[in-house]
Design a protein around this ligand. Structure first.
Ligand code: GLU
Length: 535
């Protein structure tokens, strides 16, 4: 039994009761006070890079906020100081901004309900724990680590799930005072009510789960004064006026506990919706350590925010009329967003689809002037960093770096590549690099001089009208020159390919030359002629 079905069954209810609860909850959730403003949050722990799973949570919160004219908040949950990774919080916000999922309130932007980093809110948790201590919902626990460890081992020996036995719930006031006088360290625990409180999950529907049957009283404030995730999360959601909590389904098991905390405070809880697991294509669980799923890695590899956003929203549902064969803008996704359409089945990643979306996005950008200029700049930078400014680049280096040349390559490549860096793959080296030498043994055998043939072809090209310099017309000129020297056309093709690229294999010569363009082709032929002439 999965833990999810376990949740459903934990209440041991009949089908008819289940249906009654379900209807009651739906009515309750739709009749809830309509807040003047929808406020949602993404609350990552800064323990590493943002990965696809985290981005999906952020994105669905963002889309939900925008489709309701609400606010999207970024809150950093850094109370587990042992797991912090330096700079991770800053990088999370940067990569969200790069992904075009920019928050309205955040650690960098600040806002009316800050601070937005939990370690800067410790005084608020300490103040709020007093409320629970005073109203009897929480208590001080003086159990030592050794005792807790023994309890755990004991349970494991009996093949039971370890849980705290709630011993300190019943400490007398006198005992508490005595322990405090002795200066014994203590934490603060929450008195879990032993009840099955149903709630309506905005995605999964009614959920029943009795937390107290599964675990002992949870710690709210640790002995070092730091709150645990559950406590800080609830206090912050309330103080930040969060109206809806959308998070990964792995947190669904915590929601009944959070609801009990709201009840203990006498606060109205937000509505909760959980997003299904994302799995690898083969059905295995995603791991945060899978580097290829880190957004930063995807960015460096040349995937665009649009491709990533389309990829993520394509798999999990949540949209009215989502065309799976079209690239959607964030605005279109926002318009079509519909939480109740999020699927409850776990979704599987097909990395082929991100390539498809990225290709579509490259094509889209090529058709928009401003975006095209940016693409050209990115490609120029890529070529410069990949090949350096060395003698290996075209003799007149600038010719392969001009906007005209780069645009031409992009237009040609748009059906062939999925990422910009595909253009610097070995098979396309000839586009950027002039051959350093022409090994004689690689040149096709001919009855006439290679240099003479090249020179003649060069002269033919020079006078060729530019509009004829196309992949369809060039072969006609090659044929004419071959005839003039009584060569077979494929032999001349081989010579030209070698002269232009230094490679024996490659795309058809007509195509190759048309990508290089007339000017670069002339340079390359001159260069090849000079190499042959030196011999
Ligand atoms: N800090 C939790 C995380 O790392 C947040 C879970 C929640 O959204 O409540 O995912």
């Amino acid at each position: 039994m999965t833990w999810l079905s376990h949740i459903r069954h934990a209440g041991k209810i009949t089908h008819s009761r289940w249906q009654a609860v379900s209807t009651q909850l739906r009515t309750f959730s739709s009749s809830k006070k309509v807040h003047s403003e929808v406020r949602v949050r993404f609350a990552p722990s800064p323990t590493g890079h943002l990965h696809l799973g985290g981005l999906r949570t952020a994105l669905y919160n963002f889309l939900f906020a925008k489709s309701n004219n609400g606010k999207f908040i970024l809150r950093i949950e850094d109370t587990d100081q042992a797991r912090l990774v330096p700079q991770a919080a800053r990088k999370l916000e940067d990569i969200l901004n790069w992904s075009k999922i920019s928050p309205d309130e955040s650690p960098l932007l600040s806002g009316p309900r800050g601070p937005y980093v939990q370690s800067e809110r410790i005084d608020l948790y300490q103040k709020h724990i007093q409320t629970l201590l005073e109203n009897g919902s929480a208590y001080k626990c003086f159990c030592s680590d050794t005792r807790l460890d023994l309890l755990r081992k004991d349970a494991l020996r009996r093949r039971e799930t370890p849980k705290y036995d709630n011993k300190c719930r019943s400490l007398s006031v006198a005992k508490i005072e005595e322990f405090e006088k002795q200066g014994r360290p203590h934490c603060i625990r929450f008195k879990l009510e032993d009840i099955t409180e149903p709630f309506h999950d905005l995605v999964y529907g009614p959920i029943l789960y009795n937390v107290a049957q599964q675990e002992g009283d949870p710690v709210l404030l640790k002995s070092d004064g730091y709150p645990t995730y559950h406590f800080a999360n609830v206090v912050d959601d309330h103080l930040m006026e969060v109206t809806h909590v959308l998070r990964g389904v792995e947190w669904q098991i915590s929601t009944p506990k959070h609801l009990l905390l709201y009840k203990a405070f006498g606060w109205e809880p937000p509505q909760y919706g959980h997003l299904p697991l994302i799995k690898n294509r083969d059905g295995t669980k995603l791991s945060k350590r899978q580097g290829d799923l880190h957004i930063e890695r995807l960015r460096v590899q040349g995937y665009s925010p649009e491709a990533i956003i389309n990829f993520v929203t394509d798999i999990g549902g949540g949209f009215e009329d989502r065309d799976h064969n079209a690239l959607m803008t964030v605005e279109e996704l926002t318009e079509r967003f519909c939480l109740s359409r999020v699927t409850t089945n776990s979704c599987r990643l097909d990395m082929e689809k991100i390539n498809w979306f990225n290709q579509k996005d490259l094509q889209r950008r090529l058709h928009i002037a401003g975006e095209r200029d940016l693409l050209v700049d990115e490609l120029r930078h890529l070529v410069q960093t990949s090949y350096g400014i060395s003698h290996r680049c075209c003799a007149t280096q600038e010719s392969v770096l001009t906007t005209e040349y780069l645009t031409n390559v992009l237009v040609w490549g748009q059906q062939r590549i999925t990422r910009l860096d595909d253009l610097i793959a070995p098979e396309f080296t000839y586009i950027w690099v002039i051959p350093e030498e022409l090994p004689l043994d690689q040149l096709p055998e001919m009855s006439c001089s290679h240099a003479d043939v090249l020179q003649y072809f060069l002269e033919t090209i020079v006078v060729m009208p530019p509009e004829k310099f196309t992949k369809e017309q060039i072969p006609k000129y090659v044929k004419l020159v071959a005839k003039w020297f009584s060569l077979k056309t494929p032999v001349l093709m081989k010579l030209l390919r070698m002269a232009i690229s230094g490679q024996k294999e490659g795309p058809p010569v007509g195509e190759m030359l048309s990508i290089l363009g007339k000017e670069t082709t002339i340079e390359r032929l001159k260069h090849a002629y000079a190499l042959l002439d030196k011999r």
